[in-house]
Structure formats: structure tokens, C-alpha cells
Design a protein around this ligand. Structure first.
Ligand SMILES: [Zn+2]
Length: 379
């Protein structure tokens, strides 16, 4: 209960601070000189989309909130106010029939999107929560692009990377990152956006929605073969978009070494070629070695090193413009440490030593797979 109360207090604090803080920033008022201005999006609706017995439940945010508070990070962050995405914005990724279907399931009290699969739930507020998630990603990306903040992290739920044009799956309702990328293009005239997804599951929704779009590079590093079974390395994009879909699949037992090497040897060179004007990160932490939903062996430190690389790449390529949105991560303790550690990276704060350490099991060697990926992408 205590964590929940603290969370509510933090949300209220955010709501009260957001307008004044952003007004100060846009007037050029310095915020904590010498450090990065890191934005955070959080909204009460993200907690109200909930099913306690489901792995993707509101306690995930409660755990994150507690750890941010324990490390004294809240006071260093700049709140960015979320808003509901409009119907027009949702249509940039989804069909009207699908949007109406989500609204009607929610309106009638909720249930599973597909009762036969039984993975993706909705309750009576889920339609609004999902619109607030997409709107939160839009607002965070615009705040980063407009330099109201240097970088940021939207702590949104429900997540989005499995959501297809007309189908909810994998706990995801609306594809917030694709919608946010298109918002940058439509509202700010941005030509190229990269979405980098280090969640352990393949970002099949993001791939599907951008496979023929040369203006969005979709990168996914994931366990394969594994649910949702998509994400083959050979799927590199169609037509003019060839080369802008970068799948990096690894079997079970891949850990820090495979993740960091694929970043250094494949993903970062691809980003350098593509030259994005902003990098969006689908930041899922279910590749952590303690996560119950997958079999990769990344550590808290490993996720911090990944984000440091992305941050440096964003600084080299696009003025540091980097916006994260929350993906998976289902074991509360590692999830909270991973998110808090990534906030320290964004803020340029000293890193808290990894409290959970490395995986007790050795990582499998994926050198051959790395060579295959390098040859497919000619890097
Ligand atoms: Zn996942």
C-alpha cells in the first residue's frame, strides 16, 4: 500500500509541476546546470489498466516508482504531461474498425481481446489508458525533439510493440512508438526516425506497420525461435524500405556479450548509415536473466551499457535526441533496477552498482549468428 500511496503522490506532484516546469524550460530557464534534462511521462491511467494475476500488471509501475524514489531520482526529472491520442493519430497505425473494437470491449467492462488466446486483457479504462499511452509517447517525443528536455522516458502502460493494424496481442493495444514516430514526421517534418526495440520479444507490430516505410528504421533484438515466432534476420524491409528493418534474433542463453556485440557491430553501424533525426527506444527489460517470461541473460549493467551506446549514438547523429517508452519486464525487482539504472544513464548520474549481478549461468556463444547478421546487413 505504501508504494501505491507514494506513486499517487508522485503522479500528483507531476501533474502540478508539469506546466510550470515546461514553461520554465521553454523560456530558457536552466534546469540543474551540468546535468542532462531528462523528461518523464507518467499518468494515473497507466496504473488503472490492471489485472493483478496477469504478468503485465500495475505493480510493475509501483515497483519502478519505489526504486526511483529510493535512489532520489524523482527530484532530478522533468515531468512531461501525457495526453490522450486523438482518433486521427491512432489511425496512423490502426484501422478504424480496430479502434472501435477496443473502445467497445472497454466500454462493456473489458475482457480478453481474443478469449481463445487469453493473453491481452482490457478493463473498463483500457481504451483511455491505451490512448494515454500513445499520447504520452507523442508528448515525450515532441518534448525531446523541441529540446524542452534533452532525452526522456515515458513510463507508459499498456505497451505497444506487438499491436498490429487491426489486432491486439502480447499485452499490447496501440502501437505507441509507431504513432509517436509518425507524429514527429507530421507535426515537425522529421524525415527519418529509428525505433530500437531491445525487449526480448520480437517487435512484430512495429515491423508490420513499418516494413514498407523507408522513413522509419525498425530494429529489434530478440529471442528466437520464441513467441511470437516472427523476427527472422532475413526480413530486412520491402521495396524502397529494404534495409530499414533490422532483426537480430538470438537463441536462448544469449546475454550481455551478444547484446553489446550486436549493438556495436550491427545496430550502431546501421543507425549511422540511416542517420535518424530522433531515436525512439522500446525499452523492455524481459531479457534480464531473472525474468520469468524468456531465456536471455542480460544483467542490469548490460542494459545500462546498451543505453550508454544508444545515447552516444544519438549524440553523434541527432543532437542526443533519444526518447524511451516502457516495454516488458515481468520480475519486479530486476525491472525496477533496470529502469532506475537507465534513468541514471539518461541523466548522466553516477551508476548505482548492479545489485543483482551477472547471470549465474554462462552465456551461450553467438559469434556465428553475429557474422550472419553482419553479412545480411553488409556492415
Ligand atoms: Zn517482451
Amino acid at each position: 500500500m505504501q508504494g501505491r500511496r507514494r506513486f499517487i503522490e508522485n503522479v500528483l506532484k507531476l501533474g502540478l509541476m508539469s506546466t510550470a516546469t515546461l514553461a520554465g524550460v521553454s523560456c530558457g530557464m536552466p534546469v540543474k546546470p551540468g546535468t542532462q534534462r531528462t523528461g518523464v511521462v507518467l499518468d494515473e491511467l497507466y496504473f488503472k489498466h490492471d489485472l493483478p494475476e496477469h504478468p503485465e500488471n500495475a505493480q510493475r509501475l509501483v515497483a519502478i516508482d519505489k526504486e526511483l524514489e529510493r535512489r532520489g531520482l524523482w527530484d532530478k526529472l522533468t515531468p512531461v504531461q501525457a495526453r490522450l491520442a486523438t482518433n486521427e493519430e491512432l489511425l496512423w497505425a490502426h484501422s478504424q474498425n480496430y479502434i472501435d473494437e477496443i473502445e467497445s470491449i472497454s466500454e462493456y467492462g473489458g475482457g480478453f481481446f481474443d478469449p481463445y488466446v487469453g493473453d491481452t486483457y482490457l478493463n473498463e479504462v483500457s481504451f483511455d489508458a491505451a490512448k494515454m499511452a500513445a499520447g504520452g509517447a507523442i508528448q515525450m517525443n515532441l518534448a525531446v525533439y523541441d529540446r524542452q528536455v534533452d532525452n526522456g522516458f515515458a513510463l507508459l502502460r499498456p505497451p505497444g510493440h506487438h499491436a498490429l493494424e487491426s489486432k491486439a496481442m502480447g499485452f499490447c493495444l496501440f502501437n505507441s512508438d509507431v504513432i509517436a514516430a509518425r507524429a514527429l514526421q507530421k507535426y515537425r517534418g522529421v524525415k527519418r526516425v529509428a525505433i530500437v526495440d531491445f525487449d526480448v520479444h520480437h517487435g512484430n507490430g512495429t515491423q508490420d506497420l513499418t516494413i514498407d516505410d523507408p522513413s522509419i528504421m525498425a530494429v529489434s533484438i530478440h529471442q528466437h525461435p520464441y513467441w511470437p515466432m516472427t523476427g527472422l534476420a532475413e526480413m530486412t524491409g520491402t521495396g524502397e524500405a529494404k534495409g530499414t528493418n533490422v532483426n537480430c534474433p538470438f537463441g536462448s542463453g544469449a546475454g550481455n556479450q551478444a547484446y553489446l556485440r550486436v549493438f556495436d557491430e550491427v545496430i550502431l553501424p546501421k543507425l549511422q548509415d540511416f542517420k535518424p533525426e530522433q531515436i525512439i527506444v522500446f525499452a523492455g527489460y524481459d531479457a534480464h536473466w531473472r525474468d520469468p517470461l524468456a531465456e536471455h541473460r542480460v544483467s542490469v549493467d548490460g542494459f545500462n551499457h546498451l543505453l550508454q551506446r544508444l545515447k552516444r549514438t544519438a549524440q553523434d547523429l541527432c543532437g542526443g535526441r533519444l526518447a524511451l517508452s516502457l516495454g516488458g519486464g515481468y520480475e519486479l525487482e530486476p525491472l525496477a533496477h533496470c529502469v532506475a539504472g537507465n534513468f541514471e544513464v539518461l541523466l548522466d548520474e553516477p551508476l548505482t552498482p548492479d545489485p543483482l549481478g551477472e547471470s549465474p549461468r554462462l552465456e551461450n556463444d553467438y559469434s556465428e549468428q553475429l557474422e550472419k547478421l553482419k553479412s545480411i546487413h553488409r556492415v
